[in-house]
Design a protein around this ligand. Structure first.
Ligand SMILES: C[S@@+](CC[C@H](N)C(=O)[O-])C[C@H]1O[C@@H](n2cnc3c(N)ncnc32)[C@H](O)[C@@H]1O
Length: 375
């Protein structure tokens, strides 16, 4: 078996990051990158650390290749998010996995993720557990349409994305800029239903997500996408292999555009529910709750806590993540009070909504469960 770090070099290109930045951020020895340059095996611990710094998954850093180099292994069954998403859980995934309940994929045969976003946990569960029924929802209509397009029309979507990629990548910086803003306009016409082609709309969504500033999804008061262009040198616009693997896995998933509480009828005592709502901002300036036109304020956090209690009362197994106000104010007991009686774990995470990689420090985040045991 050979090993290749091509995905890592691609990540660095996409993020416009130099090897020396990576070494500095992860405090790695120069030997490590030299060994990777020669495609030598390095420790899993170091690979995981690189993933933390780059906020990506292991298969975005390294790939295993059969010696004849014809066949790649381990990729068909592992899917990962097809969008970068604010609050995406890739960097927290290991901590969340440690808190999966016993019996997942066995007695716990149903999975529900009502704030699915980019679906980092969803894809981990779909890749590693055999769930009988799965329900996902999000209030972002366009995002949900992309999930449906990937499930129902993956071939057409891949064709459309390849066309965009082939048009965009060879362009000069100035021409790329023109192209980006033209496509952004098209996308807004799609939101306004001037363009009704869902496959093209979904391709635009993915294209904009891969090329816009920091992969943000932000809309103005009219609901129109207004994120400026980012500065990725070599963005991966069409990840065909991942899209196909996601498409397979979504076949059995119920995909719903709705508020989280509409999941109620799906949930029963055999269900794991993972709630990942928009985080309560730690500071006023850090507020980032505008994934869509509505914002998720403290009253909504309170309503969600009531819903969490309600589904817990029905016997569902539930995990919820949120920000930890105690990072800023030790006396802020907002979530400790709201989730009294449940298990409140504080786990270490990297900040994600900050454009400067060097400013992402470690903060604690909350993982609240209604059960004790760890796997
Ligand atoms: C923190 S993000 C989820 C991130 C996701 N776990 C991931 O790994 O990418 C929160 C998501 O909740 C959605 N959302 C906001 N309000 C909602 C509501 N009332 N009901 C359902 N989804 C909502 C947002 O559109 C956003 O995608």
């Amino acid at each position: 078996m050979d090993i290749s770090y091509k995905p890592l070099w691609r990540q660095l290109l996409e993020k416009d990051m130099k090897k020396k930045d990576l070494m500095r951020l992860g405090n790695f020895s120069p030997n490590l990158l030299a060994n990777m340059g020669k495609n030598k095996y390095v420790s899993l611990k170091n690979i995981v650390k690189i993933c933390e710094v780059l906020e990506c998954e292991i298969n975005e850093v390294v790939e295993l290749i059969k010696v004849d180099k014809k066949e790649y292994i381990g990729d068909k069954s592992v899917s990962r998010p097809f969008v970068k998403w604010a609050g995406g859980k890739t960097a927290l995934l290991e901590s969340i996995k440690k808190n999966y309940p016993k019996g997942l994929g066995k007695e716990i045969s149903k999975y529900c993720e009502p704030f699915v976003g980019g679906g980092a946990v969803l894809f981990d569960i779909l890749s590693n557990y055999d769930m009988k029924e799965v329900y996902i929802s999000d209030s972002n209509e366009e995002l949900i349409n992309v999930y449906k397009t990937i499930r129902n029309n993956v071939d057409e979507l891949i064709d459309s994305l390849k066309k965009i990629e082939n048009e965009y990548i060879p362009l000069s910086d100035n021409k790329r800029k023109e192209y980006y803003y033209e496509k952004r306009e098209d996308y807004n016409r799609y939101i306004l239903k001037d363009i009704v082609d869902e496959v093209y709309g979904s391709a635009l969504f993915i294209f904009l997500n891969r090329t816009c500033f920091n992969g943000l999804y932000r809309v103005n008061k009219k609901g129109l996408f207004n994120v400026p262009m980012g500065s990725y040198k070599n963005p991966r616009i069409c990840d065909e292999k991942n899209l196909r693997s996601i498409s397979d896995k979504l076949k059995k998933v119920k995909i719903v555009c709705a508020s989280y509480y509409k999941s109620y009828n799906f949930i029963d005592e055999n269900t794991l529910v993972y709630f990942d709502p928009p985080y309560r901002p730690l500071t006023k300036t850090a507020a980032f709750t505008s994934y869509d036109k509505t914002s998720f304020d403290d009253n909504m956090q309170i309503e969600l806590a009531n819903y969490y209690r309600k589904v817990s009362g029905e016997g569902a197994v539930a995990i919820l993540s949120n920000s930890d106000p105690k990072n800023i104010d030790d006396n802020d007991n907002f979530f400790d009070d709201l989730y009294k009686g449940f298990i409140i774990n504080r786990v270490e995470a990297k900040r994600r909504i900050n454009s400067k990689a060097s400013k992402r420090g470690n903060v604690s985040e909350l993982l609240i469960t209604n059960y004790k045991e760890e796997k």
